[in-house]
Design a protein around this ligand. Structure first.
Ligand SMILES: NC(=O)c1ccc[n+]([C@@H]2O[C@H](COP(=O)([O-])OP(=O)(O)OC[C@H]3O[C@@H](n4cnc5c(N)ncnc54)[C@H](O)[C@@H]3O)[C@@H](O)[C@H]2O)c1
Ligand SMILES: [Zn+2]
Length: 445
């Protein structure tokens, strides 16, 4: 009671079904009335019948309910008793009338909660990550063997560079479950049909096996696509090792390879059975790769309305991963809200295309794109300038403009962008082409 269950349910896009509401509906009277007229035992009987997505705090005192939870993901939102009491005191909830009794119940039920919980969450971000199957934990790599769901064999797929640094730890952690090992070429070369063809032919797993992808976003994108397609789909577990992959690429279930015509043109939505994020792996990441990820971190912080980039690594990764996971849980197929994740990217893609994908990294292009998006949103660009220090690129202006129009051509010749409004990000906002062109030009030296 008072832990924030309904808020957490809304964050992952579930209608928060409060068992109390269901009880009131099936009993035809309010909870205070049930307690007064029929007693707590009757209330628990109603609750057993009504239990659905959200559990009232007392529901697990019923062994029938505990049994029913068996193979359902059960998240314990463990919030300290003072916070809970602050939230419920003064309400008409029968079990929140007396503080001493409330605290006694809280202590008494903790044991039961611990018994039924698959995951212990301490805030809404933890709940989101649990719902998305994402674990963010320092040292998680060493526990990989127990974190890959099921008991079947695992095929480890990694990039050769990362394999040299963290491959041995992953092998040891997988132990006897490690059945086969494969390497993808480094970088974007992994995301080619040739690399996929080789991997498909090398794989020996049957449907009972799991693909484990260890590496940056190129590795997780390509191995995830192999998992989506091999034998019409096998389970997969990304273990992202770059900042880009930990806060972005390995979250949300998009997998893809590139075509000569463009990036990510062939792919599939294939949500991992679990994502294992160990922020300690970032300690071996080169500074230039770190900067690539920081651009996406700043993007995420702007969308979330909080300076997430100021947080220490473990918390920075947890919050950014949770933000993206929440958006993707609410819009898994990229049909609406998920578009906000493209903040600044219309400009970034245009600049990258104009540069011929050479000499301009995605991170630098995103940093510039964020400047344009912020200016068009009427926002201050000071923070982005200070953290990402974007400098204008030397590309052909007309080529960049044509690339942007190709990317964004829409009915009526309108250009629709993600902008930051006063109450959060908005997508599909029509912006006059002259304004877009002006802001694009300012990014070009
Ligand atoms: N699926 C999605 O939703 C999504 C989202 C964002 C980006 N992406 C994709 O991600 C890719 C970019 O990902 P990336 O930047 O991680 O590229 P990457 O996979 O090429 O990794 C970058 C470099 O860092 C090295 N590296 C990775 N982890 C390391 C570590 N712990 N220690 C030392 N070196 C390490 C790699 O070997 C590589 O050289 C792009 O192809 C992009 O399209 C996908
Ligand atoms: Zn990006």
């Amino acid at each position: 009671m008072g832990s924030g269950k309904s808020t957490a349910a809304r964050a992952v896009g579930l209608a928060a079904v409060d068992s109390d509401d269901l009880v009131e509906r099936s009993a035809g009277k309010s909870i205070p009335e049930i307690f007064r007229e029929d007693g707590e035992a009757a209330f628990r009987r109603y609750e057993e019948e009504a239990i659905a997505l959200a559990l009232g705090g007392g529901a697990v005192t019923s062994s029938k309910v505990r049994g029913a939870l068996g193979d359902t993901l059960t998240i314990w939102l463990d919030v300290d008793v003072d916070t809970c009491w602050e939230r419920v005191r003064g309400s008409d909830r029968p079990l929140a009338q007396d503080e001493v009794e409330f605290r006694r119940l809280y202590e008494e039920r903790r044991k039961l909660y611990a018994e039924v919980a698959d995951v212990v969450a301490h805030d809404v971000h933890d709940v989101v990550l649990a719902a998305a199957g994402v674990l963010v934990e320092r040292g998680a790599l060493a526990r990989l063997g127990t974190l890959v769901p099921g008991e079947g064999p695992a095929a480890l797929v990694s990039d050769p560079h990362v394999a040299g640094i963290h491959g041995m730890d992953a092998q040891l952690a997988l132990g006897p479950r490690l059945a086969e090992q494969h390497e993808l070429p480094p970088g974007e070369e992994a995301k080619t049909l040739a690399a996929l063809d080789r991997l498909w032919q090398e794989l020996r797993l049957d449907r009972g096996g799991t693909i484990v992808a260890l590496g940056g976003g190129c590795t997780t994108d390509a191995a995830g696509f192999a998992a989506a397609t091999y034998l019409r789909g096998v389970p997969w577990v990304p273990v992202p090792t770059s900042l880009v992959a930990q806060v972005d690429a390995a979250i949300g279930g998009k997998t893809a390879i590139d075509l000569p015509q463009g990036k990510n043109l062939v792919g599939a939505f294939h949500w991992p059975v679990r994502t294992v994020i160990d922020p300690a792996l970032l300690e071996t990441l080169p500074e230039a790769q770190r900067r690539e990820g920081t651009a996406e971190v700043v993007k995420t912080g702007l969308l979330a309305g909080e300076p997430l980039w100021e947080l220490p690594d473990d918390e920075l990764v947890r919050r950014c991963a949770a933000f993206k996971a929440a958006v993707c849980l609410r819009d898994p197929r990229d049909e609406g809200e998920r578009k906000i994740l493209n903040l600044g990217h219309t400009f970034a893609h245009a600049l990258e295309a104009a540069a011929g994908y050479e000499g301009l990294t995605h991170g630098r292009a995103v940093a510039l794109g964020l400047l344009a998006a912020l200016r068009l949103s009427g926002r201050d660009i000071g923070q982005v300038e200070e953290i990402l220090r974007p400098t204008p690129v030397r590309v052909d202006r007309e080529r960049a403009w044509q690339a942007l129009l190709r990317d964004k051509k829409s009915a009526g010749g309108e250009i629709r962008l993600v902008l930051l409004g006063d109450d959060g990000p908005r997508w599909d906002v029509p912006v006059p082409p002259d304004d877009v062109r002006r802001e694009l030009d300012r990014l070009i030296a």
